[in-house]
Design a protein around this ligand. Structure first.
Ligand SMILES: NC(=O)c1ccc[n+]([C@@H]2O[C@H](COP(=O)([O-])OP(=O)(O)OC[C@H]3O[C@@H](n4cnc5c(N)ncnc54)[C@H](O)[C@@H]3O)[C@@H](O)[C@H]2O)c1
Length: 350
């Protein structure tokens, strides 16, 4: 069935998803912050700023008016960066259709506080019931999705019928969309992996080797599980696409800005310099803000998460990568799965 879909955000991810959805036969309108982006998509069927090499289906239209984008749309796909999410949804909420579903594709956490993206959307769009706000996450570089390379994601929602509807909207021969009910786990996985990706990038920048990188991914997963469990997620979710799946992708190769941020720092750049270098290319390394949010959370809940803690200290407190490495290597070690195995809650052990 053809759906009327608005895609909020015309960065790399919004552009790749708009192409996928239009290729799936849906009626897609994109909202772009920049007039020139909307104009380029309407006139030349290309986004001049993000994934400019990708030809969009001619049916995709774009507008710089949020109200026009979401009006009469049954599905709103949200692909704006986390720092912009609240502002965008405050403007979108008033124009939403009464029966709309929202699918958040943003990987981040609002800070200060520790608000997941679906929670922010729920606060802005109070008429939307919780079951109609879903989260899509998983190992999915926009470039590869736009090129039609095989990709798997998970779409989590409390209402199984809404999750299945979202699944059928996105699913294509090359884009496998699984469903899940653990919205918290899927969102925490998608956000915290960016912090671990910064740590993996630092390790790579310092040329510490593959063993070190694999240790970081594995111990990062352990911290992700602890954080998720403290918030009510199902630990098994992190064995899935939005946990280990996205960690493997973001920490090992390719186009991740968070990994790049870490690598620049590991090679000796100052964090502020590395952040502004990435910012200059019009991109955001969301892991930095997520590191702030995670630090606040682990402090307030007394969770031991040394990798997340150290990433925060490197980014914002002047800790150097060699000092950080020494700290991690001198940790007092306990049982490997210590505080996440049954009965060992709370999560304060190593
Ligand atoms: N790029 C990917 O491969 C990918 C894959 C999966 C998920 N995501 C997630 O999708 C989200 C968007 O990422 P992206 O890669 O498309 O970003 P991007 O850096 O390619 O584009 C950023 C977009 O945000 C817009 N923007 C910037 N400031 C804004 C503001 N104040 N208000 C409204 N819009 C603003 C820009 O106009 C642009 O459209 C992120 O949460 C990211 O983690 C990205």
């Amino acid at each position: 069935m053809q759906e009327k879909i608005a895609v909020l955000g015309s960065g790399s991810w919004g552009t790749a998803l708009a192409k996928l959805l239009a290729d799936n036969g849906h009626d897609v309108i994109m909202w772009a912050l920049e007039e020139e982006v909307a104009e380029g998509i309407n006139a030349r069927h290309r986004n001049p700023l993000y994934l400019p090499e990708v030809d969009l289906p001619r049916t995709v239209r774009a507008t710089a008016s949020i109200g026009e984008a979401v009006k009469s749309r049954g599905v709103v796909v949200s692909a704006v960066p986390s720092h912009a999410l609240r502002g965008v949804w405050e403007r979108a909420a008033g124009a939403l259709s009464a029966d709309a579903i929202a699918i958040s594709c943003t990987k981040g956490i609002e800070s200060p506080g520790f608000k997941r993206m679906t929670e922010v959307i729920a606060e802005c769009a109070r008429a939307l019931p919780e079951g109609r706000i879903l989260a899509l996450s998983g190992p999915s570089f926009a470039k590869e999705v736009a090129a039609g390379r095989p990709t798997s994601v998970v779409i989590a929602g409390k209402d199984p019928a809404a999750a299945r509807r979202a699944q059928s909207i996105f699913r294509s021969r090359r884009f496998l969309a699984f469903t899940a009910s653990d919205v918290i786990g899927v969102e925490v996985g998608g956000a915290v992996k960016n912090v671990i990706a910064i740590a993996a990038g630092i390790t790579d920048g310092m040329k510490l080797g593959f063993n070190a990188r694999a240790s970081l991914i594995t111990r990062g997963l352990y911290e992700m599980i602890k954080i998720g469990k403290a918030l009510g997620a199902n630990p098994l979710t992190f064995a899935g696409l939005s946990g280990i799946g996205d960690l493997v992708l973001t920490c090992t190769e390719g186009f991740s800005r968070n990994h790049l941020l870490g690598r620049l720092i590991g090679e000796g750049a100052r964090p502020e310099g590395a952040l502004s270098e990435i910012g200059r290319s019009g991109m955001v390394a969301e892991g930095a803000e997520t590191a702030r949010a995670v630090r606040g959370l682990i402090e307030s809940k007394g969770i031991k998460a040394p990798i997340c803690e150290i990433v925060h200290r490197i980014l914002f407190e002047g800790l150097s990568p060699p000092e950080a490495m020494e700290m991690l290597l001198s940790l007092d070690l306990g049982e490997e799965m210590g505080s996440i195995t049954a009965g060992s809650y709370p999560l304060t052990g190593t």
